[in-house]
Structure formats: structure tokens, C-alpha cells
Design a protein around this ligand. Structure first.
Ligand code: C5P
Length: 214
């Protein structure tokens, strides 16, 4: 049975797996709104840092999550090692996740959406029409992230990039609240040996088999 109304496409996976590029492209093709849910956690983490708070302190992080405004997602300082680590810290606090739940569900409620994150298919939209778990080997993900940083002119050492990703994945997978894991009914897409176009075609074929966009 292919749902026609407001389809949700849930894309989860570890850091730097190419989820964002894939999700944005699928959303454009399918005519669906797109939400990068990592931005929510990044914005909460950066707000805490900005107020000289500790991102691992529950009360502080929850207050920042509860007062989050949509315009916070447009900030230009949500990427980078400080924001990465702060996001992963606030993301392990259950109260933060609860505070951000309604925003994510509301986003997809009316017109459907493509969302990428860590728990979209497991927690946020367990009934999503199509679920993908996108991954690639650690060294390949580090290489891709390093190339991206280099293209932006950010000098980064590949070993440091790999270690940051490894630590963030370990933290995301080990936390009790909505850990990083594939939903039982997710389509597993390992892009280690694929270029972006091949990954996109594989994802699109799967999504089209699950939803009917008319
Ligand atoms: O996807 P991105 O790398 O921008 O996410 C930043 C951090 O936010 C992740 O390392 C993770 O800790 C957290 N996150 C999460 N759940 C999501 C999206 C992101 O816990 N749905």
C-alpha cells in the first residue's frame, strides 16, 4: 500500500555519511520539504555555549531547547568542531530530545517531508513511509568530510577529523535516549564504494517503491 498523503521519508545514519546531500536531493525531486534535524541540536548546543553554559548540564540545555526559535536554525555558526561536540552533548539529554520532538513532527505533519538525523525512523516518525539508514566506513566518511572542509578553506588534519567523527558516533550510539541505530524496517545503504549519484539513484528507487507522489 503506497501512502499518497504527506509521505515522510526518514533518513538516519552516522556522522558524515552523506545524509544531508542525499536528503536534500530526494526532497527536491519528490517536491517535499526538507529538515536537517542535526541543526536543531547544533542550535541548542551553540546557544548554551554562547551563554557560557555547559552543554552536558541538563537544566541549561533543556532551557535552551525550550526557547529555540526557527530563526536559530539559520545561524552561520552551527558547523565546526565546537558546535559538533556541543550538539552531541545536548543530544544525549532526554529533556532536550522531548523539547525538540514536536517541532520535528509538526514540520512533517501537513505536507510530508524528508528529514535526516539519528532517530527519525526509530522515534520521531516510526510510521514513516520510507526509512533509509545511510552509512559508509569510518575512514571513507572522514575522507569526505576532510575534502569538504578543505574546499571551504578550513585547514583540518584528516586524523583529527576521523577521531572527532568516531567519538561523536560512539556517543550517539551509546546514549540511552534515542540512540543512533537503524530501524528494523530501514533500507540499509552503505555508500562506502558508491559515488553520490549512485547512492542517490539507489535511494530514490527505494523511496519510490514506498511512496506514491502522484
Ligand atoms: O547530523 P549532524 O551531524 O548535524 O548532527 C549533530 C549532532 O546532533 C549528532 O552528532 C547527534 O548527536 C545529534 N543529533 C541527534 N539526533 C538527530 C540529529 C542529530 O541526536 N536526529
Amino acid at each position: 500500500m503506497k501512502p499518497i498523503v504527506a509521505p515522510i521519508v526518514a533518513i538516519d545514519g552516522p556522522a558524515a555519511a552523506g545524509k544531508g546531500t542525499l536528503a536534500r536531493r530526494l526532497a527536491a525531486t519528490l517536491g517535499l520539504p526538507y529538515l536537517d534535524t542535526g541543526l536543531l541540536y547544533r542550535a541548542v548546543g551553540v546557544r548554551v555555549l554562547e551563554a557560557n553554559g555547559d552543554p552536558s548540564e541538563p537544566a541549561t540545555a533543556e532551557a535552551a531547547a525550550l526557547s529555540l526559535q526557527p530563526r536559530d536554525l539559520d545561524r552561520s555558526d552551527l558547523r565546526g568542531p565546537g558546535a559538533d561536540a556541543a550538539a552531541a552533548s545536548v543530544a544525549s539529554i532526554p529533556g532536550v530530545r522531548i523539547a525538540l520532538l514536536a517541532f520535528q513532527r509538526d514540520f512533517g505533519a501537513r505536507d510530508g517531508a524528508v528529514l535526516d538525523g539519528r532517530d527519525i525512523g526509530t522515534v520521531i516518525f516510526p510510521d514513516a513511509a520510507a526509512k533509509l539508514f545511510v552509512t559508509a566506513g569510518l575512514s571513507e566518511r572522514a575522507r569526505r568530510r576532510w575534502l569538504e572542509l578543505r574546499a571551504k578553506g578550513t585547514g583540518a588534519d584528516i586524523a583529527t577529523v576521523e577521531e572527532d567523527i568516531r567519538q561523536r558516533d560512539a556517543k550517539d550510539a551509546a546514549r540511552a535516549a534515542a540512540p543512533l541505530k537503524a530501524a528494523a524496517d530501514a533500507f540499509l545503504l552503505d555508500t562506502s564504494a558508491m559515488d553520490a549519484d549512485t547512492a542517490y539513484q539507489a535511494a530514490l528507487t527505494f523511496v519510490r517503491s514506498r511512496i506514491d507522489t502522484g
